[in-house]
Design a protein around this ligand. Structure first.
Ligand code: NDP
Ligand code: 2IT
Length: 450
């Protein structure tokens, strides 16, 4: 049965490896659900859930600083609206294509369901590369992108946010463009600035939520993040606030990376060093090597594109938090982590561990949390931002942070309870996939064949 449905999906989506990977992982987990609920089979829930409700692809044309015409591809995938308006980020990166965005939109369906906030799944973005672009070019691109996207989104229909290459700066330009085109001030995007509709803690939420989730996992074994040595990859939004929260909770982070390589700082990326890293990445848009210029006791290792493994995962640490991008931890990396005695692997990025890598971690008793559970704090806080916008109010840092902690605990406990119910005790992957799927499948069933 698994191979039947998977080969059907494969045939219908050739040349979409990332999407097929995400689908395979979920389908494998939810087969026991179909055995208990044969009606999901006859209603073709799986066949329907892998088809985007709407896939929008558009041309983005803009003028660079030299007055030259530039052409990019823009997308918005409105994947599933069974439980709420489409919700999910925008990614600006040269690797963006339909396969990558479909995998992200698909993951988003289940992640959003797990938050407990009524949000459907969506994702979008462009193959635009923000690296090396001037401030003016970033603004011009965002305005051109929104020139088309504005026709397809609305605060009650589809609410985009940030992802790789889209942070507070881009959300500002996108929001300004939407407001001008539509002549309305609404919460059509999340991740807005504080003072114009944004929520406190949204910037921090994905990284903080990831570490709250890891702490919950460790508590099940009477342990805590305090005193743990942690490996973090990436140095963007998710990585920065994961490092911040680990530091606050008494752990030590010894690695960070970007696409040019990684640094190892055995003394820990402590508060002052993290502030340097944030300024380097968020304001000066620099490269990770500059960390070592500033702190010579740290070591920089350039990325090796041709390598069969990622050496950042061959460093000894108790906890590993991949926070850069998809498939950055393969089977060999997982074996290295296990060999070095890793206890926890928490996904901050979306699908950073390959299916083979996940199997190695789970088979060796590592506490592994899939991104759709452990990075859900970002979109959950986007949901809180939407709620505040609808209510016309804004909550304090403490209120939002408390809600975030409660949501992460609830996702953690739900994963464990559902995994148990389906005979997979301690398996957060099975728990997350099944719990997310059940919620959406029930809504699809209730709403008829559409
Ligand atoms: P940022 O753009 O802020 O940072 C991305 C980081 O990852 C950078 O250090 C970047 O390096 C590195 N990176 C990106 N692509 C690659 C690549 N192909 N190879 C190597 N390194 C790469 O993005 P975020 O921190 O927001 O996102 C990181 C991950 O977290 C993504 O998987 C995203 O989908 C996921 N996520 C983000 C959420 C959010 O709220 N922002 C919520 C949930 C998940 P460089 O600068 O050199 O490109
Ligand atoms: O992958 C993700 O969950 C995000 N990039 C955040 C999406 C959101 O709508 O806040």
């Amino acid at each position: 049965m698994a191979s039947d449905i998977l080969s059907l999906i494969q045939q219908r989506n050739p040349n979409e490896p990332e999407f097929l990977q995400a689908v395979e992982e979920v389908v494998t987990s939810v087969l026991p659900v179909l055995d208990r609920h044969p009606e999901y089979r006859s209603l073709k829930i799986l066949e329907r859930i892998v088809e985007p409700e709407r896939l929008i692809s558009f041309r983005v044309t803009w003028l660079d600083d030299q007055g030259e015409v530039q052409v990019n591809r823009g997308y918005r995938i409105q994947m599933n609206s069974a439980i709420g308006p489409y919700k999910g980020g925008l990614r600006f990166h040269p690797s963006v294509n339909v396969s990558v965005l479909k995998f992200l939109a698909f993951e988003q369906i289940f992640k959003n369901a797990l938050t407990g906030i009524p949000m459907g799944g969506g994702k979008g973005g462009s193959d635009f590369d923000p690296k090396g672009k001037s401030e003016n070019e970033i603004m011009k691109f965002c305005q051109a992108f929104m020139g088309e996207l504005a026709r397809h989104i609305h605060h009650r229909l589809d609410v985009p946010a940030g992802d790789i290459g889209v942070g507070g700066r881009e959300i500002g330009y996108l929001f300004g463009a939407y407001k001008k085109i539509k002549n309305e001030f609404t919460g059509v995007l999340s991740g807005k600035g504080i003072g114009w509709g944004g929520s406190l803690i949204r910037t921090e939420a994905t990284g903080y939520g990831l570490i709250y989730f890891a702490e919950n996992m460790l508590h099940t074994r009477g342990d805590t993040i305090k005193g743990k040595t942690c490996l973090v990859s990436g140095s963007g939004n998710v990585a920065q606030f994961a490092i911040e929260k680990i530091n606050k909770m008494g752990g030590k982070v010894i690695t960070a990376s970007d696409s040019s390589g990684y640094i190892v700082d055995e003394e820990g990326i402590v508060k002052e060093k993290l502030e340097f890293l944030k300024d380097l990445k968020n304001n000066r848009r620099g490269r990770i090597r500059e960390y070592v210029d500033q702190y010579p006791s740290a070591v920089f290792h350039p990325a090796d594109e041709g390598a069969d493994h990622n050496p950042i995962w061959n460093i000894k640490g108790h906890c590993a938090f991949p926070c850069a991008t998809q498939n950055e931890v393969n089977e060999k990396d997982a074996m290295n982590l296990v060999k070095n005695g890793v206890k926890v692997v928490g996904e901050g990025a979306n699908m950073p561990v390959t299916i083979e890598g996940i199997n190695v971690l789970i088979d060796n008793g590592v506490m592994y949390s899939p991104g759709k559970a452990s990075n859900a704090g970002g979109v959950a806080t986007s949901g809180l931002e939407m709620t505040q916008n609808y209510m016309g109010t804004s909550w304090t840092r403490e209120e939002v942070d408390n809600k975030l902690q409660g949501i992460m605990r609830n996702i953690h406990d739900t994963c464990l309870a559902v995994a148990n119910e389906y005979g997979k005790p301690g398996n957060y992957l099975a728990g997350a996939n099944i719990a997310g799927f059940l919620k959406v499948a029930n809504a699809m069933k209730a709403q008829g064949v559409i």
